[in-house]
Ligand binder design. Structure first.
Ligand code: NAD
Length: 307
């Protein structure tokens, strides 16, 4: 017997489409401003996973003509040194976006660093102003992963409006922003977390399941409602292989559509980060031309699906 299996929601083709649009915007920006838009990634101490992530960002930027680089601080750097570095980048008119690579060493308060980022350059949406704009349903910069989790549904023509969605995970950078975005898309949303009593019961009622827990195999096919759409945000290394939080083989036999890991949310995350960067660059250039500065990001550029 052959099992039909779920439709695969792959991020690669969507990401390529987005990169083509961004490359055009980057060329227009560069022609008008006489320089490429610029991104700086602040990295404190080097560990292997963040190096891989960093290289991926730099490669993605190079492909579309964004001038990206990193500022590397020693692992023993103080909080004052990190925040001073971020402020220097805030003040540099050739830097349009700033990302601070997480995790930071335990001696540095995350909040102090996040607060130091200029919200207008906060292209991964971690500053409280951008988090607050999302919470209120306004357009600020979105955390790229949460953005990708919902954008992959929109771009795959999956209906969100009116449907029951469960988000597994409530982190400030993935779970909660994904939940707020789904609410904004008119889904009815339940957020589950490690203290949720009946995870399977909640998941079984959901038309859309977004999983961002960092637990391989947490969601299995047996927990899903037949025909559910599954977005697997998890990235875990098991026996040297990259896997998500969803048990793919059982889930794909019950779901109507599912994102693979790798190749689902990940590629889209990187592409969307580029859209955030060009949007930040365009906005700052417009502000400079108008001789003003405002901490409120512009409304979304809908043509790039950037919302
Ligand atoms: P996190 O550790 O900050 O948060 C995990 C969340 O999952 C918590 O809210 C926790 O309550 C919940 N959780 C943990 N175990 C659970 C369980 N047994 N049942 C229900 N809920 C449970 O992690 P994060 O930063 O939000 O990342 C989540 C996952 O997404 C990780 O696998 C991470 O690697 C991945 N991630 C992917 C991308 C991407 O581009 N695809 C980017 C960032 C993070």
């Amino acid at each position: 017997m052959t099992v039909p299996g779920a439709r695969l929601l792959e991020g690669g083709a969507i990401a390529a489409e987005i990169r083509t649009a961004v490359a055009e915007d980057v060329a227009t920006f560069a022609a008008g401003q006489g320089r490429a838009p610029g991104l700086r990634v602040v990295i404190v101490g080097k560990d292997a996973p963040s190096t891989v992530y960093l290289e991926r960002i730099l490669r993605g930027c190079a492909k579309v003509g964004i001038g990206a680089g990193f500022v590397e601080l020693e692992g023993e750097a103080t909080e004052a040194k990190v925040t001073a570095t971020v402020r220097e980048l805030n003040a540099d008119p050739t830097v349009d976006g700033v990302i601070v690579q997480m995790p930071l060493p335990g001696t540095i308060r995350l909040r102090a660093v996040i607060d130091a980022i200029d919200p207008g350059k906060d292209i991964d949406g971690i500053h409280p102003l951008n988090a607050g704009l999302l919470r209120l349903g306004y357009d600020g910069f979105l955390p790229a992963t949460a953005h990708a989790a919902v954008e992959i549904l929109r771009r795959s023509a999956i209906e969100i409006e009116g449907r029951d969605a469960v988000v597994v995970g409530r982190s400030a950078v993935v779970g909660m922003p994904a939940a707020f975005l789904l609410v904004k898309e008119d889904a009815t949303v339940t957020v589950c977390h490690r203290r949720t009593r009946d995870l399977a019961g909640h998941v079984r009622r959901a038309d859309i399941v977004v999983v961002a827990a960092g637990r391989p195999g947490l969601i299995t096919g047996a927990m899903l409602k037949p025909g559910a759409v599954v977005v697997d945000v998890g990235i875990n290394v098991v026996d040297g292989h990259l896997v998500g939080d969803v048990d793919f083989e059982t889930a794909r036999q019950v779901a109507s559509a599912i994102t693979p890991v790798p190749g689902g949310v990940g590629p889209l995350t990187n592409a969307l980060l580029l859209t955030h960067l060009i949007r930040a660059a365009e906005r700052q250039a417009a502000e400079r031309a108008a001789g003003q500065s405002s901490p409120m990001p512009f409304e979304a550029a809908a043509s790039r699906g950037d919302r």
